[in-house]
Design a protein around this ligand. Structure first.
Ligand code: HEC
Length: 190
């Protein structure tokens, strides 16, 4: 009997001495996760070596694309007729537009959109009055009749001495500024 015990003890003690493996694993899933690792190989998809791409038509978070018009006169006229401001004309949005206007436009266009902002340079002397109802612009209408699409296009792509603002302002911010500019179009400031 003693011998059996000695032999069994040897087997138990030396069975743990293999160097080429972890020994017996009671619950392998605890050590090796069955989940798929990010960018790791997976066996679910046929092209298993590629990282998964978003489904076609996916829109990135916080990114809203509302404007598909070209940077050309045709694009401007097309936008003027068809582009729709997705943001409601309410006090909150106009107030936000006003704040942004004061940061991005006022130094040229003036506080009430009548020109005469703090930047003085001959190249900016021809800043049009938003409320002007006489001089015809590109769309063959005066400033106070430019539509939201015209205004959005002008701030997105710029016009002559006025640079494009698409890299400084998101689409949402530009649309809110448009709401405020439309308020100024009604305002006859000197
Ligand atoms: C650097 C000065 C400057 C800044 C900044 C500026 N503008 Fe202008 N803007 C001008 C000038 C100059 C014109 C006239 C361009 C022309 O007719 O050649 C103009 C024209 C316009 C027009 C008329 C476009 C058209 O289609 O006839 C609108 C609308 C307008 N600006 C809105 C804005 C708004 C909104 C902002 C702020 C996001 C802004 N501008 C920022 C200088 C500026």
């Amino acid at each position: 009997m003693n011998r059996v015990i000695v032999i069994l003890s040897f087997i138990v003690i030396f069975s743990g001495c293999k160097n080429d493996g972890p020994g017996y694993e009671f619950m392998p899933n605890m050590y090796r996760s069955p989940s798929l690792e990010t960018y790791g190989q997976n066996t679910v998809f046929a092209d298993s070596l590629n990282a998964r791409k978003p489904v076609k038509g996916t829109i990135a978070r916080n990114y809203l694309s509302t404007f598909y018009y070209e940077s050309s006169l045709e694009g401007y006229l097309d936008a003027g007729e068809n582009a729709v401001n997705p943001f409601e004309n309410n006090d909150m949005n106009i107030e936000e537009g006003k704040k942004l206007y004061s940061m991005f436009c006022q130094h040229c266009h003036g506080e009430f959109g009548a020109g005469g902002g703090s930047i003085t340079h001959p190249i900016y002397s021809a800043i049009p009055h938003y409320n002007d109802g006489k001089m015809l612009r590109r769309a063959n209408v005066p400033m106070n009749q430019l539509t939201s699409g015209h205004i959005f296009h002008a701030l997105t792509f710029g016009l002559n001495a006025m640079g494009p603002h698409s890299s400084q302002l998101s689409e949402e911010e530009r649309w809110k500024i448009v709401l405020y500019v439309q308020e100024l179009q009604k305002y006859n400031a000197e």
